[in-house]
Design a protein around this ligand. Structure first.
Ligand code: SF4
Length: 390
């Protein structure tokens, strides 16, 4: 059966708390022009002391990340939160699926707060549970579901992680996607992987790391009958890729790579595996956010880099390494608009509310979803070898 999904809600309007999409964020926010915002944030943080632990994703604005107790990628931050059981409140400066993961990995008495509920993730939003279950039904009807192992990228909603946990699958990050695919292909004879929700990470890992061909990969389009695939295509495929992508990393183009190589002598192209296969093929180095940061930190003075990842991070890297020439791999400004929803007024509002004894914007995963999502996360933690950073 194929269902038509609802159109995306405009950011900041409407209510759909079960989704990653934008929802309204009611609250008596301070004015963005208030010159006391920084002082108010500092005062609230001091008043809460060890009761609060503030997490800041690498893609967050400078105005917010200055208040983070730790910075990192989504999985590192969730684990950092789990390692602070004494913190009553976890204020997650990131997006909705990250706060869900933090809630899953922290104790029942810890409350996770997302300062703006409209901070979703367009990629995570591209895979809704009902759509994924329809695809699974089609695979069952085609007689292939028994050999399909679902793997979801960390950047997915908790109910998609739970779907994978219920159906013998696991979660992966951009650092361990290769190990996760190796594990999945070893689970059943003639295994196929159903990879959610980022087709680019799935394709780049399968083709460039696992030695599969592009012909081994098919794309399931949730907006077309039967995913736009024939039964034969489903039976022949080794990778069934969900038609999802990151709206930030999907913008980088092979043409800009060519332009930069022509204009910056010796430039090295460093991109995230959420970029398209065409861009990744033209890059010198491909890796997770943490890999990108470590590569720039280790780069020699005078070296030139064009980086294909979110702009807040690229700007911070450029500022921290003035001895290296660091360029953004796009001609236009390209922030993650949902990450940028977390601004100083929302942060101050969330923190001052906690000081006043009110928990606003709590992100809480229901127990059944948490149970199965934890199974998928644990399978990832049990993978051998490589780190689990994204
Ligand atoms: S950068 Fe892409 S994957 Fe990350 S939160 Fe933004 S839209 Fe989602």
């Amino acid at each position: 059966m194929t269902t038509v999904d609802l159109p995306l809600l405009p950011l900041g309007r409407g209510t759909d708390l079960s989704a990653e999409r934008g929802v309204e964020c009611p609250g008596d926010l301070p004015a963005a022009s208030d010159p006391e915002l920084v002082a108010r944030a500092l005062a609230a943080k001091a008043a809460l002391g060890d009761r609060v632990f503030v997490l800041g994703h690498h893609y967050q604005r400078d105005e917010v990340i200055q208040f983070a107790d730790v910075t990192g990628d989504s999985f590192k931050l969730a684990r950092d939160a789990a390692a602070r059981p004494e913190a009553e409140y976890i204020v997650f400066c990131g997006v909705h699926f990250m706060a869900e993961s933090a809630d899953i990995l922290t104790g029942p008495d810890q409350q996770v707060v997302l300062p703006d509920l409209a901070a979703g993730c367009s990629m995570a939003d591209m895979a809704r549970l009902r759509q994924v279950e329809d695809a699974w039904d089609a695979m069952t009807e085609a007689g292939v579901a028994g050999s399909v192992v679902p793997i979801t990228y960390m950047n997915s909603s908790a109910d998609i992680k739970a779907f994978c946990g219920r159906n013998g699958g696991a979660v992966c990050t951009s650092s361990n996607a290769e190990v996760a695919l190796e594990w999945a292909f070893g689970q059943v004879p003639d295994a196929k992987v159903f990879f959610l929700p980022d087709q680019h990470l799935g394709r780049n890992t399968a083709v460039l790391k696992m030695g599969l061909t592009l012909d081994d990969c098919v794309v399931w389009d949730p907006h077309r009958p039967n995913g736009g695939l024939t039964v034969e295509q489903l039976r022949d495929a080794k990778m069934i890729l969900w038609k999802g992508h990151c709206s930030v990393h999907g913008r980088f183009s092979p043409e800009v790579v060519d332009d930069l190589r022509a204009t910056i002598p010796g430039v090295q192209i460093l991109v995230h595996p959420e970029c398209t296969h065409e861009v990744v093929l033209k890059a010198d180095l491909v890796g997770s956010t943490e890999f990108i940061i470590k590569t720039i930190e280790a780069a020699p003075a005078g070296s030139s880099w064009a980086i294909g990842t979110e702009l807040n991070l690229v700007k911070r890297l450029a500022a921290a390494h003035p001895d290296k020439r660091i360029t953004f791999l796009d001609k236009t400004v390209c922030y993650c608009s949902t990450m940028n929803r977390i601004d100083l007024p929302h942060f101050v509002w969330a923190m001052e509310s906690l000081v006043n004894g009110t928990v606003v914007n709590r992100i809480e995963v229901d127990p059944q979803t948490e149970h199965f999502a934890s199974i998928a996360l644990q399978r990832m933690l049990d993978l051998p070898g490589k780190s689990h950073k994204d």
